[in-house]
Design a protein around this ligand. Sequence first.
Ligand code: HEM
Length: 508
Amino acid sequence: MVPGFLSPSLSRLGLWASGLILILGFLKLISLLLRRQKLARAMENFPGPPTHWLFGHALEIQQTGSLDKVVSWAHQFPYAHPLWFGQFIGFLNIYEPDYAKAVYSRGDPKAADVYDFFLQWIGKGLLVLEGPKWFQHRKLLTPGFHYDVLKPYVAVFAESTSDMLDKWEEKAREDKSFDIFSDVGHMALDSLMKCTFGKGDSGLGQRDNSYYLAVSDLTMLMQQRMESFQYHNDFIYWLTPHGRRFLRACQVAHDHTDQVIRERKAALQDEKEQRKIQNRRHLDFLDILLGARDGDGIKLSDADLRAEVDTFMFEGHDTTTSGISWFLYCMARYPEHQQRCRDEAREILGDRDSFQWDDLSKMTYLTMCIKESMRLYPPVPQVYRQLSKPVTFVDGRSLPAGSLVSLHIYALHRNSAAWPDPEVFDPLRFSPENASGRHPFAFMPFSAGPRNCIGQQFAMVELKVAIALILLRFQVTADPTRPHLFSSHIILKPKNGLYLNLKKLPEW
Ligand code: HEM
């Protein structure tokens, strides 16, 4: 109980505190309103779909089929239109090659309103860094994707894919469709852990399995958070069961990364261990990061190392999972292209039983099919920037510095001015003759310009190896009783799994 003589001062304190909260709330509201006014004024020359007084376009965006909704808006409003997530976050949504070029050929920073959701887990790694530090990291990390480093990964991808295919043989015996997306996800994460931490030779231990589960959980929770407006505020989110689960998974992921870095650093001090690392069949990504030095001999700090490893684990597995899975979906729908890819893979392999690095460049039809499936189903459907300086577009309209821009890759890839009959699956769009005259910013699955995907070669190698091996072992057909629905935003994923029928092919 509070003694009587204290109660007047306590209640005064309470009054002061409530007053302060009210004033702070009021100031925050004013700053949000001013921001809204500034963003709205910047986009006043761009007509767009009507907005809800409170949610903006958020309700439409949250609904199933929102990606196709944006495609229909793109028909109505050529080049670009405003897109409001609630009342205070408004992007100019663009989907036209010249518009994309005007912004994405420059190195403007990422829009904090979106990318700050990633910080708790991946920290300030390459994906969210900007300015000179981004430039320094990009230079330090680029050698990690040199083809000499990627070459041995062919065997790593083949090993993880074969494990998955053995499991699929059992599932296929049941003679009914099953969700391939989650299995491909496991396979891609398994490969990435081998390439990042070098777990290929010894297999995954208990600690790695916890990490593996934490990473799967984090990507799922992050996607869910982006889609749920009530979770956008940090303070509210950390108080919810989902927010607390996210923090716990972050802790597991960070502890794992820190420990692997510590152990690897200790091993590098030991001559015997050093020899073992040198004799390993491939350098893993951590070896490259630990050895990276800039022109002045400066290396990455421990915090930077962790951020880069975590960024790679985030960017590197869900994206390839999406790429491989939607490709299989396309093959199931278009069996004639599936058969051509299979024939090509068989011819390249001949009587050998594993693919080599040099085989990959011979997979020309398969590569065209991969590109066509990434056109229709881009694994990263939308990317966001905040302009550091004004931009003027081809039609003379402009945006001032500070404006938010969203590149809608999904709608850009269905822009009928660049892609006649955009809904038709036609790999020949990517034949050298047909591709030569195309606008360089019409096809951007890996984004473009200085902030393009650093992992695109890695991804293409993984996609080719995994897909060729899958098609050699199985015939895939669609399950018409399970139509796909997108759950999107960060990575293009199916809402309720991606169900396909798989039939084991006879040995040829
Ligand atoms: C099919 C697979 C992939 C697709 C479609 C893809 C797509 C993209 C896109 C669109 C961006 C630009 C993001 C933005 O502007 O916000 C990006 C950036 C990035 N990607 Fe990928 N990615 C894939 C695979 C990978 C892999 C395998 C890795 C690493 C192992 C990776 C690492 C990164 C990193 C670090 C960035 C940031 C680069 C920078 O800003 O300098 N990605 N990716």
